[in-house]
Design a binder for this molecule. Structure first.
Ligand code: NAD
Ligand code: IPM
Ligand code: MN
Length: 351
């Protein structure tokens, strides 16, 4: 088999981690008897600063034919984030109806959690984040600029289709894992959207009698991610809550530099997109120390999604092997002093 991958390294450390990880993916493909051919798109804020747009007008049509997309990060100190993100990353997620965002949070052997008393294997959950609507709907506007009665309105949108599909995906995942689902909302304050969400969880739960369902409010859930992370199995949440919770999930399992993510179109009509949870990390850009493992693990999710499960597992194993080895190179976010390339080189030797 041969797969065509569109790579969009993007901004900041995006190009550092995507370009570093690419040979790892090519190696694993070769060893597992398939081809991954990457086409690199220099879309992002540099392009915006030079040509006035993050990607070409027909960018989505260009991407449509690929088997998958590998993205680095988007976001640049010289241009406001709502401009860059709303013209590259979010249009791809929405345009390709990548409605399911899957973000595992696993504390791996050899990785130190900032939480005392947690060792490898103690934390292992996955967040199912609704990915195309909710609080990220582009609904609203500003009126009366410059006047005292200036106003900004931003509405959230929760459709039955969108809510049911993420909730169902999370229940399906729970049946394949420990059978425990936590739905995280804010129904005490958001009496329309979140109550609607709860109602759909309740309805769908009837189809999954073997799954135990826990409901948490997002404020308490943020506390419990830190107080008792070992008790979570599958978590389902809205777009914004899923975003926030997965940064907590990343840091309690060691680093932003380790957290992978998949934006899936479950109908497989359009390509799905794989990207680290982290952003463009302007504080370390150009230093050559960005951790490439979040991108490598996102690539593992990508090849798995393409049906190359053995290759996906091989990538996970190489990464877990490396992290478990106290003598292996590690980047500063994990307490080491090695660079991006050292980590990649070592990883390739373990595949
Ligand atoms: P960030 O994730 O870029 O960085 C947060 C912290 O984590 C920083 O200290 C950074 O150095 C560290 N970090 C992140 N990735 C790392 C890696 N691979 N290795 C080592 N350390 C790593 O979040 P931020 O600083 O809030 O955002 C920076 C920019 O990125 C903003 O423009 C933001 O909008 C954007 N952003 C983009 C995405 C995306 O493209 N998916 C995600 C989050 C943030
Ligand atoms: C993420 C990011 C994005 C999001 C931003 C950059 C729009 O934080 O992928 O987690 O909120 O989805
Ligand atoms: Mn985020």
């Amino acid at each position: 088999m041969a797969y065509e991958i569109a790579s969009i390294p993007g901004d900041g450390i995006g190009p550092e981690v995507v370009d570093a990880a690419r040979p790892v993916f090519e190696d694993v493909a070769e060893r597992h008897g398939f081809e991954l051919s990457f086409t690199r798109y220099d879309w992002g804020t540099e392009r915006h600063l030079e040509h006035g747009s993050m990607m070409p007008d027909d960018g989505l049509e260009e991407l449509e034919g690929y088997d998958a997309i590998l993205l680095g990060a988007v976001g640049h100190p010289d241009v406001p984030d709502h401009v860059t993100l709303n013209n590259l990353l979010l249009p791809i997620r929405k345009g390709f109806d990548q409605s399911i965002c899957k973000r595992p949070a696993v504390l791996l052997d050899g990785v130190e959690s900032p939480l005392e008393g947690y060792d490898g294997g103690d934390i292992d959950f996955v967040v199912y984040r609704e990915n195309t609507e909710g609080e990220y709907a582009d609904m609203g506007g500003q009126e009366h600029p410059g006047h005292d009665h200036e106003v900004a309105i931003q509405s959230a949108v929760f459709t039955r289709t969108g809510t049911e599909r993420i909730v169902r995906a999370a229940f399906d995942a729970a049946t394949e894992r420990e059978g425990h689902l936590t739905s995280i909302t804010k129904s005490n304050a958001q009496a329309h959207s979140m109550v609607f969400w709860d109602q759909i969880v309740e309805e769908v739960s009837e189809e999954y009698p073997e799954v135990t369902v826990e409901r948490l409010l997002v404020d308490a859930a943020s506390m419990d991610f830190i107080r008792r992370p070992e008790e979570f199995d599958v978590v389902v949440a809205s777009n914004l809550f899923g975003d926030i919770l997965t940064d907590i999930g990343a840091i309690i399992t060691g680093s932003m530099g380790l957290a992978p993510s998949a934006n899936i179109d479950p109908t497989r009509t359009s390509p799905s997109m794989f990207e680290p949870v982290h952003g463009s990390a302007p504080d370390i850009v150009g230093d050559g120390v960005a951790n490439p493992l979040a991108t490598v693990l996102s690539g593992a999710m990508m090849v798995d999604h393409l049906g190359e499960e053995d290759a996906g597992e091989a990538l996970w194993n190489a990464a877990t092997d490396q992290l478990a080895d106290a003598d292996a190179p590690r980047t500063p976010d994990l307490g080491g002093s090695s660079g991006t390339e050292d980590v990649v080189e070592d990883l390739r030797s373990r595949l």
